[in-house]
Design a protein around this ligand. Structure first.
Ligand SMILES: [Zn+2]
Length: 274
């Protein structure tokens, strides 16, 4: 599933191909994403210029003249820009094509159709999907160990589920949660409300480090992930624990264990994480 580093990599990959271009033609072949694409999306955005692409959590925000095109890649979505000469023949899961003024095609592909393409009219980026999101770990001054500590008081859920909750902090997906907890030495099943302030301060630091490491290598958690400009963006940041069940811990040489938490696999070392 595309995680924050993959989405950010997509954003950075698309910027040089789309910013400043006008949207000329929009073709929607399948409106049925997680939320339906608005039926009038083509007439709404044709003629508008893409001013910038920003990101909020895992949402890409295309800033147009009259509002915002909000996109989410869901479980399996990709957004790629193809130059005029390189546009592939339309395949089964290519649901949307946005043709730009220089004939570049911005193509949304999503086999599982869990993504989104929505329109927010007006000058302010307000939408129910965005309003309750927690702070950005890499860019928001509101994200810190003190913030996590205060937010976690009285929380009985596990620390892993706590940091994966987008209302607490955005962008800590399954891989990054396991890796960050290893780096912080915190057992993933420990109750969030019973972890001390100093441990949260360390955890906030290593969450940022883990995400930055992923960004540095192009970011990926999907085997077939390809970044926006076609480069392979396969991320396995030399994982300490993720995906290494039964292998030796890189720190203590004990076995890496796997448990299930909230339907998701968690990897950890019981000697290194307390
Ligand atoms: Zn260990």
């Amino acid at each position: 599933m595309p995680e924050l580093p993959e989405v950010e990599t997509t954003r950075l990959g698309l910027l040089p191909y789309v910013v400043g271009r006008k949207i000329v033609v929009v073709t929607v072949r399948d409106f049925r994403l997680r939320w339906p694409i608005p039926s009038d999306i083509a007439t709404t955005i044709e003629g508008q210029t893409i001013r910038h692409i920003s990101r909020r959590g895992k949402y890409l925000v295309f800033e147009l003249d009259g509002g915002f095109l909000l996109s989410h890649l869901g479980m399996s979505g990709t957004l790629r820009a193809y130059l005029k000469a390189d546009v592939p023949i339309v395949a089964k899961h290519d649901h949307v094509d946005i043709v730009l003024s220089d004939a570049t095609v911005l193509r949304y592909t999503d086999p599982r159709r869990f993504g989104a393409l929505l329109w927010i009219a007006g000058a302010h980026l307000n939408h129910p999907l965005l309003d309750s999101l927690g702070p950005e770990p890499l860019s928001d001054a509101g994200f810190s160990g003190n913030y996590l500590f205060e937010k976690s008081r009285n929380k009985t859920q596990s620390i892993k589920q706590f940091i994966m909750d987008g209302h607490v902090v955005v962008g800590v997906g399954n891989i990054y949660a396991s890796e960050s907890l290893f780096r912080a030495g915190i057992h993933p099943a420990r109750q969030a409300g019973r972890i001390s302030r100093p441990r949260y301060i360390l955890l906030a630091t290593v969450i940022c480090e883990t995400l930055r490491d992923a960004l540095a290598v192009g970011g990926s958690s999907l085997r077939d992930y390809v970044s926006a400009d076609g480069d392979n963006g396969y991320f396995q940041i030399n994982a300490f624990v993720y995906g290494r069940e039964g292998a030796l811990c890189r720190v203590c040489a004990g076995p890496v264990l796997q448990i299930r938490q909230g339907q998701r696999a968690t990897f950890f070392c019981k000697s290194c994480q307390k």
